[in-house]
Design a protein around this ligand. Structure first.
Ligand SMILES: Cc1cc2nc3c(=O)[nH]c(=O)nc-3n(C[C@H](O)[C@H](O)[C@H](O)COP(=O)(O)OP(=O)(O)OC[C@H]3O[C@@H](n4cnc5c(N)ncnc54)[C@H](O)[C@@H]3O)c2cc1C
Length: 370
């Protein structure tokens, strides 16, 4: 009889785990059910930048995970036949106003490329060359271009992965579920038996594991972004993503759509209401680079909740003392980059068994659980 697997959470981690459980060799021996409450999902609200290589973060495990995550996405795009509306390797441009900062960044890029060939080519661009590649800009700055960088549409990606998995061995159920104090899954109609459960519930992880007497060091953070209607440059739909100094990025999605984001609001926690102040702040950031943008160009605002650990690094693996439970969380601001790899590793553990050593990617799970 096929083993029954449950996944709680249909964001990038849950959807990737479901996809790999349906497509890795041996996955067809499982019946998989994914439960998703939907609201607040960070994956649907995300900006979609995949470009971890020039991060200044010192956490080597995070860097390995993000670097290999970017590579996993490249392979996933081919394997799942993703359209360029969902995943597009447009390249990224990181700009700096200070000449020395730009020089240092270029040196760092060349160093990092030594063991990250998927970064592709690295070029120094003048402000005029940046403008040539992103004609939307009125005030371009000089920058570093990395051809391996990409943008993804998180919502469309999870929809596609779940659609493909549903054609094999996945059932998707909308709605909130919980766990009892033995780790059994409880739905609106009562307890359901599963052989293994992946908990990929983003910042809601604490709520789920509370009945087990477990506390996880994960906190919520509100993130907001804006979508704007911009001139449609027809033949230039492949504009690179722009990452200027600071936290606001500029993601041209082609077909006259631009995303600018995102905010990082630690005080607002799980609040999902877009605020006019955050919208104005994002618009002001956008206007620094494209001065013609007005409030009237805003077509949509999106809000999601990120999950952060104290060291800003994700964790994932089998929960100690609860052999049928696997968890993933704390993906923070780079979860679209790391999520597919985490989903693949969790799916692989279920299919092939064993206790893999992931110490090159994460600290021990006990660092985050008490
Ligand atoms: C504004 C914003 C911009 C971002 N930009 C980027 C970016 O450019 N690049 C990048 O790499 N990352 C980015 N991120 C981060 C990235 O989106 C997240 O780290 C990632 O999506 C987290 O994925 P997840 O699967 O862990 O959680 P989520 O996507 O939050 O999914 C968790 C799911 O679990 C469900 N759930 C929770 N509890 C239950 C329950 N009891 N029962 C059923 N379902 C439940 C929720 O409803 C939700 O759908 C951004 C995030 C935000 C908010």
């Amino acid at each position: 009889m096929n083993k029954k697997i449950a996944i709680i959470g249909g964001g990038i981690v849950g959807a990737s785990a479901a996809y790999y459980l349906s497509s890795l060799p041996g996955g067809d021996q499982f019946n998989v059910t994914l439960f998703d409450a939907g609201a607040g999902q960070a994956t649907k609200a995300a900006a979609g930048i995949i470009s971890p290589w020039l991060s200044k973060r010192r956490n080597q495990q995070w860097y390995q995970l993000a670097k290999d995550g970017a590579t996993t996405l490249m392979t996933l795009a081919r394997r799942a036949n993703l359209s360029t509306d969902i995943y597009h390797q447009t390249g990224t441009i990181i700009t700096r106003t200070n000449e020395k900062d730009l020089h240092d960044l270029f040196i760092l890029a060349q160093e990092r490329r030594q063991d990250a060939p998927d970064m592709g080519t690295v070029e120094r661009l003048t402000a005029a060359e940046v403008k040539e590649r992103i004609p939307l800009l009125t005030n371009p700055q000089p920058g570093i271009y990395i051809s391996g960088g990409a943008r993804i549409d998180g919502e469309a990606l999870v929809t596609t992965l779940l659609d493909q998995a549903q054609q094999v061995n996945l059932t998707v159920k909308r709605g909130k579920v919980s766990l009892d104090n033995q780790g059994n899954l409880i739905t609106a109609t009562g307890q359901q038996r599963f052989d293994e459960i992946i908990i990929a519930a983003g910042p809601w992880l604490n709520e789920l594991v509370e009945p087990l007497g477990i506390k996880v060091a994960v906190r919520p953070q509100k993130g907001q972004l804006i979508e704007l209607a911009v001139p449609d440059y027809g033949s230039q739909e492949n504009m690179p993503v722009l990452m200027p100094e600071g936290e606001r990025d500029f993601i041209p999605f082609g077909h006259g759509k631009l995303i600018v984001g995102a905010t990082h609001d630690d005080e607002a926690g799980f609040n999902l209401t877009a605020t006019p102040a955050a919208t104005q702040d994002l618009l002001n950031s956008a206007r620094q680079f494209a001065d013609y943008l007005t409030e009237g160009d805003i077509t949509r605002t999106k809000v999601g909740t990120r999950a952060y650990t104290p060291d800003f690094a994700p964790f994932f693996g089998r929960l100690k003392g609860h052999p049928k439970l696997l968890v993933a969380g704390g993906l923070g601001a780079s979860g679209l980059t790391t999520g597919p790899l985490i989903g693949r590793l969790l799916a692989g553990t279920i299919i092939y068994g064993g206790t893999p050593d992931w110490s090159n990617y994460e600290k021990p799970l006990t660092n985050y659980f008490s």
